[in-house]
Design a protein around this ligand. Structure first.
Ligand SMILES: *[C@@H]1O[C@H](CO)[C@@H](O)[C@H](O)[C@H]1NC(C)=O
Ligand SMILES: *[C@@H]1O[C@H](CO)[C@@H](O)[C@H](O)[C@H]1NC(C)=O
Ligand SMILES: *[C@@H]1O[C@H](CO)[C@@H](O)[C@H](O)[C@H]1NC(C)=O
Ligand SMILES: *[C@@H]1O[C@H](CO)[C@@H](O)[C@H](O)[C@H]1NC(C)=O
Ligand SMILES: *[C@@H]1O[C@H](CO)[C@@H](O)[C@H](O)[C@H]1NC(C)=O
Ligand SMILES: *[C@@H]1O[C@H](CO)[C@@H](O)[C@H](O)[C@H]1NC(C)=O
Ligand SMILES: *[C@@H]1O[C@H](CO)[C@@H](O)[C@H](O)[C@H]1NC(C)=O
Length: 554
């Protein structure tokens, strides 16, 4: 009975929706922008979404006053601050997505160019920075839950100074902190004992171009075999962080141009598929796009702004002997952010078409995001999106929100807050980019999750029943369920970014009521596919995602 209904509804779908879908595929410009806040008082250099749907945003502390005051009576009295030793302005804020409002937060030591990630309990752990902040670990604890949570700082939380490092969450609930300026090592937080120090990682020294570096904020991904993929400069290794051993050396990216800070490109781990039809989670691929060519940083210092790289390299990091497959973006881009959308597409947003990262070294902002569809034929993967009007150059950020929008902020290529007489004034605004799946003409296709409810705990390798409504007829073959980890974004890289397409092979989508459907999926098989912690779960129908719900895997 129910399979008959499915059959007839998919026929209906074929009959009625073929034409508009084809139009959407060829549609060219898509997506809409809106200005959420003309000023949040600080420039959003670092952003992290919490499972409360609040976004923790922070800049640096040592550039003088910001444009937002600390709550009454509070001041930073920091004798080590290089610019302002008594400072009553905030350098971190909490953005509440639902109410589109801002609350100032208090951070004392310098968080400039630092790194972070969510702990399994949903707290943000932030590590390092500059000057008096370079060994500090700070926690924004999610469990305090109230309107009055704030940063807690732990001096000497790190064994080494970490400035421009990359963090990744690990299956045991800790974070690894990799590299940083002139630190060719890694360490963990929290430490297993007070005796635990840092561990050498010579690969970071080998990829360190003299003076220019080109290997800061390395692209680190947790591979499905439990090792870390570490990309720096123009090449990568697979690294066993437990035994401190390189287990695979990947070929260099063809062309040899650098992709990491200050030649800042970006990278994502492409959607992971698990289950019978998908090689049982046997495959993981990384896509690296853009950056600035060799020599661009030195050229920028002398006032020549090289065209950014328009190439992407894609590699199966789980293969024993893989090669890079090169692709070409519609335009070159440096300082772009690559974000996984809930439907498994990749958004490439922000940045410019000339120069490099670093003070005053970027030129020609790119206002158009581009969407990359990893599963399309190679000739039709990229689609240029509608432009914004705000340059988002060095120190700009972008993260995915649970409702499917992208929150975009920051851009400050200056040492201080400079609003006039500069090429790209310091940006204090927040915008959102809504991919075309949020267009009102997609609302008939959009699933709404009924159960489970948000903030549900799930376990590994467990069948879960998902109920949702869709107003148009549903094609059961075009339903998927995805988990997306909320990532920490700074300097064009999203740490801990991960999307898992859940295995639905034991179930077909059934009609269980008027416009109401049920599908059973299997949660990730292991911590290697999805480390413990919070994820956003989306039901996707014909590439249109539902609003997500928060689930916590443990
Ligand atoms: C939705 O509307 C926009 C313009 O408003 C159009 O560009 C797009 O193709 C439409 N999408 C579909 C699926 O009809
Ligand atoms: C920030 O504050 C400064 C000093 O009060 C002011 O000149 C500037 O216009 C403000 N900028 C924004 C974007 O609000
Ligand atoms: C957050 O606070 C809770 C309750 O005090 C504590 O158990 C937990 O360890 C804290 N989380 C972190 C990451 O410090
Ligand atoms: C940007 O790069 C392109 C390609 O190399 C070059 O033609 C153009 O002059 C550059 N623009 C600037 C502002 O330097
Ligand atoms: C930015 O402002 C600071 C202090 O107000 C000033 O010293 C600096 O020269 C300005 N930078 C630029 C690029 O104008
Ligand atoms: C699918 O169902 C079969 C038979 O009921 C069961 O043995 C298997 O474990 C299930 N697979 C998953 C991935 O849940
Ligand atoms: C999902 O699983 C439940 C219980 O395991 C079962 O009763 C239900 O029929 C399944 N639904 C689908 C759509 O397979």
């Amino acid at each position: 009975m129910s399979s008959l209904i499915i059959l007839s509804s998919s026929l209906l779908y074929l009959f009625f929706f073929t034409t508009p879908l084809a139009a959407a595929d060829n549609g060219g410009a898509a997506g809409t922008w809106s200005l959420l806040q003309p000023s949040i008082g600080i420039s959003a250099m670092h952003m992290q979404l919490l499972p409360t749907d609040h976004v923790i945003i922070y800049d640096r502390t040592d550039f003088g006053p910001s444009n937002i005051s600390l709550p009454a009576g509070k001041c930073r009295n920091d004798p080590n601050d290089y610019v302002l030793k008594n400072d009553c302005t905030a350098h971190s804020v909490e953005y509440d997505v639902a109410s589109n409002s801002i609350r100032p937060l208090m951070v004392l030591t310098d968080v400039w160019c630092s790194s972070g990630g969510l702990m399994p309990d949903g707290s943000l752990v932030q590590t390092g920075g500059f000057n008096d902040g370079d060994h500090v670990v700070r926690v924004f604890n999610n469990s305090c839950g109230s309107k009055y949570c704030d940063w807690e700082e732990m001096q000497s939380g790190l064994a080494q100074r970490r400035w421009y490092a990359t963090n990744h969450v690990l299956p045991d609930g800790r974070q690894i902190i990799v590299g940083g300026r002139r630190e060719f090592s890694y360490e963990f937080y929290p430490k297993k004992s007070a005796l635990e120090k840092s561990f050498r990682l010579p690969f970071l020294m080998q990829t360190n171009d003299l003076k220019i570096e080109n290997n800061l904020y390395p692209f680190v991904f947790f591979n499905i075999d439990g090792n870390l993929f570490v990309f720096a400069n123009n090449r990568a290794v697979l690294f066993d962080y437990v035994r401190n051993r390189v287990v695979r050396t990947y070929p260099g990216v063809p062309g040899g141009d650098p992709r990491n800070y200050p030649s800042t490109g970006s990278a994502v781990l492409l959607p992971l598929r698990v289950g019978p039809g998908a090689g049982a989670g046997a495959e993981a691929e990384v896509l690296v796009c853009g950056g600035a060519p060799k020599g661009a940083f030195v050229n920028a210092i002398s006032g020549r702004f090289d065209g950014a790289l328009n190439s992407c390299g894609r590699i199966k990091i789980s293969d024993p002997d893989p090669n890079w497959i090169m692709e070409t973006m519609p335009m070159g881009r440096v300082m772009g952010d690559m974000l996984l959308l809930p439907n498994g597409h990749v958004l490439i947003i922000n940045g410019g078409s000339n120069g490099t990262a670093g003070w005053e070294y970027g030129r020609n902002p790119i206002f158009n995001p581009v969407i990359y569809r990893p599963d399309n034929p190679v000739t039709s993967r990229f689609e240029v999106q509608n432009p914004s009007t705000v340059p988002r150059m060095y120190h700009s950020t972008a993260i995915l929100l649970r409702d499917g929008r992208i929150l975009v902020g920051g851009s400050n290529p200056h040492q201080y807050y400079n609003f006039t007489n500069v090429l790209f004034p310091t940006e204090l605004s927040l915008e959102s980019f809504s991919p075309s799946y949020l267009d009102t003409n997609s609302s008939g296709l959009r699933p709404t999750i009924i159960s489970p409810t948000t903030q549900t705990n799930i376990q590994y390798n467990q069948q879960i029943v998902i109920r949702f409504t869709v107003s148009n007829p549903v094609d059961p073959n075009l339903i998927s369920v995805t988990l997306v980890a909320p990532s920490f974004n700074t300097h064009s890289f999203s740490m801990n970014q991960r999307l898992v397409v859940l295995d639905g092979s034991n179930s077909t989508t059934k009609v269980v009521g008027k416009s109401t459907y049920e599908v059973n999926v299997t949660t990730p098989p292991s911590v290697n596919i999805a480390p413990t912690g919070y994820y956003m779960l989306f039901v996707v129908h014909q590439e249109v995602p539902s609003e997500g719900i928060w689930v916590r895997i443990q």
